[in-house]
Write a protein of this length. Structure first.
Length: 139
């Protein structure tokens, strides 16, 4: 069995964004040379997420509206976490809902996706450099 590891770095200028990272993940898979196995992709920051869903702009706007209803950014005083001097208590909650990582099967050198599935980086407290870990194991 072989393994491959790479960090992808992101610096999103906005507070929140959803970025389709499937092309970068597919490039990692090509670099790895692994044909059958598993791929783990996880956000290495507590206010960011990695998730799988459809790359459809309406859905992304729905996510934004839904997450803001669940954990509105303002007023920032509503979050005890923000007493630390941060203003990102909502971002921690949004990350919890959207998830930390995804695991995808690799079959014959390709990501074994269902119809319309893509991998996304979700940013909930941007404007600084953050990383995503890609770990691939297999043969």
């Amino acid at each position: 069995m072989r393994s491959y590891r790479k960090e992808l770095w992101f610096n999103i200028p906005a507070r929140r964004a959803f970025v389709n990272i499937t092309p970068q993940i597919e490039e990692c898979l090509r670099e790895s040379g692994i044909k059958n196995g598993l791929l783990l992709c996880n956000a290495m920051h507590i206010t960011a997420s990695v998730f799988i869903n459809d790359d459809e702009s309406g859905l992304h706007l729905d996510y934004e509206a839904w997450l803001e209803k669940l954990a509105p950014h303002e007023p920032v005083s509503q979050y005890l976490h923000n007493r630390t001097g941060e203003d990102n208590g909502d971002a921690h909650l949004k990350r919890q809902v959207m998830g930390r990582e995804v695991v995808v099967a690799i079959t014959e050198g390709k990501l074994d996706f269902g119809t319309w599935e893509q991998i996304f980086y979700g940013e909930f407290d941007g404007r600084r450099k953050k990383r995503v870990l890609v770990k691939i194991i297999g043969e």
